[in-house]
Design a protein around this ligand. Structure first.
Ligand code: GLU
Ligand code: ASP
Length: 494
């Protein structure tokens, strides 16, 4: 086993914008991975509900929204498995590589005209692949720096910019390709993106040195046997349940969504209870864990709204807004570039603000509270255009642009601090799983969305946006009131 010092020493400590050279492969691999993911997602919803004659699968809109949400949930849920595989079997470097291969296969499946079967196969590959790649590639970023290296935070910020640059470019490119040559061509662009990411990773991973080259907590033979037995039993149970559901006529998307919603909420709950009761968790850590609960719930509420930019709001853009600009029809998928564009534009401003305010800046719980208020406002604002349209009159898409802008103000308060808060508040014995724990908030959010989007189709849009928006603002206010209590329970963590 290498020590932290040996690992840091093995990484060339300069060579990439003032950061360790190891950041280069991580930055570009994640750039291309997010490129492929967000590009695919920008057209996937339309692919599902567009009529067959328009190149789509002809599913109904509600089902398409449910599938998008289930997918969004599993993408982040699988991080627990990916983190575990890296930690205990193959190490993070290999996990990133194999994850990338699976993701590429997933996009290729969609690039082929295989109908719904291709879609499900693609989802399977991309879920497992992302579970292997996403949490692990972010974990290696942390491994590049010595514990007291002041460049660590800016390293993560640069990495975060890479994510959003990928997420910004791909909806434009994938969306444009889709408009010109159809959906499968669009998905092919995602596949090519992931391929480029893999090539960059393989060619430049020598700069990672020893970082992520070994599992941090490898299994012994006995543990391997036990894990194999448990996996086989788990797999068999899932298979039997699937067969029962299928033969009894219960294998519907709606029922599956109920299962995912339950799991999405249950997994983080059980995980937190497990950490709390673990004998390895100290008294101080218990208090910090309790402080983490309201922050986690806030993150779930926040992501539930933010993730709807690719579901309900994408549907709104497509069906309710007037996208003609002179002779040009703006592809609805392009709107997915707005969130990352705003992030890229505003992140430096926020960073500057925090530096300027220093100690006087808002605490983590306060930032979370304001994030909820912005997210809530982004939905409340949508009540206006949804009141104006009656299904026939189209409204200006600028409403959605403004709504996305408000979400981003919240995202910048919550997303970059969320992970670091998780690392600091989770008990030390579970440090290896903190990345996965943070992504479980996004997973739970989409799991809950799988039910919310069903409601979207049956109640008025105005009521839907109003109630959810108000709920988020309300929770934000509650957190604001609880801030002194939460801060105290954080025991010295800011
Ligand atoms: N949009 C960010 C990413 O893709 C955050 C994802 C999340 O935590 O839900 O990395
Ligand atoms: N802002 C998201 C993230 O940080 C990207 C997106 O929603 O397109 O990656």
């Amino acid at each position: 086993m290498y020590t932290k010092e040996e690992i840091v020493k093995s990484v060339p400590q300069t060579g990439f914008v003032g950061q360790p050279k190891g950041l280069f492969p991580l930055f570009f691999t994640e750039f291309w991975e997010r490129f492929s993911y967000y590009g695919m997602r920008a057209i996937l919803i339309f692919y599902m509900y567009y009529a067959v004659k328009d190149g789509g699968l002809g599913l109904d809109r509600s089902q398409a929204n449910i599938i998008m949400s289930i997918y969004g949930s599993l993408i982040y849920m699988s991080g627990i498995i990916g983190g575990w595989i890296a930690d205990r079997i193959i190490g993070t470097q290999k996990s990133v590589f194999y994850g990338g291969i699976l993701i590429m296969i997933g996009h290729i499946a969609l690039a082929l005209p295989g109908g719904a079967m291709s879609l499900y196969a693609s989802m399977f590959f991309i879920i497992i692949g992302t579970g292997l790649l996403k949490p692990n590639v972010s974990a290696v970023v942390g491994d590049l720096y010595a514990d007291n290296d002041p460049r660590r935070d800016s390293g993560f910020s640069i990495f975060y910019m890479g994510i959003n640059m990928g997420a910004f470019l791909s909806p434009l490119l994938v969306g444009w390709t889709e408009q010109k040559w159809g959906f499968h061509a669009g998905f092919a662009v995602s596949a090519v993106g992931m391929f480029i990411g893999l090539v960059v990773f393989v060619l430049s991973k020598k700069n990672l040195g020893l970082a992520g080259s070994q599992p941090t907590n490898p299994m012994n033979e006995q543990e391997k046997k036990k894990a194999a037995i448990n996996f086989s039993i788990g797999g068999a149970v899932v298979l039997v349940l699937g067969i029962i559901a299928y033969t009894t006529g219960n294998a519907s998307i709606e029922n599956f969504s109920l299962l995912i919603t339950t799991l999405g909420v249950l997994i983080p709950t059980v995980f937190m209870i497990y950490m709390y009761r673990s004998p390895k968790t100290t008294e101080v850590e218990k208090s910090r864990l309790l402080a983490y609960v309201p922050l986690f719930i806030s993150a779930v509420m926040f992501w539930a709204i933010a993730e709807q930019s690719a579901t309900t709001l994408a549907t709104f853009v497509d069906t309710r807004t007037d996208l003609t600009l002179g002779n040009f029809e703006i592809p609805p998928s392009w709107f997915q570039s707005l969130n990352p564009l705003f992030i890229i534009a505003l992140a430096p401003l926020f960073a500057l603000l925090w530096t300027k305010w220093g100690e006087r800046g808002p605490s983590t719980p306060k930032k979370f509270a304001f994030a909820l208020i912005f997210a809530g406002a982004s939905f409340i604002i949508m009540m206006i255009p949804s009141l104006i349209t009656d299904g026939e009159t189209l409204v200006s898409p600028l409403w959605v642009v403004f709504s996305f802008f408000l979400v981003v103000l919240g995202e910048l308060l919550l997303s970059p601090v969320g992970l670091s808060a998780t690392t600091k508040l989770a008990p030390a014995a579970f440090a290896g799983q903190t990345m996965a724990l943070w992504f479980l908030a996004s997973s739970a959010a989409s799991a809950i969305n799988a039910q919310l989007v069903r409601i979207y189709e049956v109640i008025s849009e105005t009521a839907y946006f109003g109630v959810l928006g108000a709920l988020s603002v309300l929770l934000g206010i509650v957190i604001l009131f609880l801030t002194p209590k939460i801060s105290k329970a954080m025991r010295g963590i800011k």
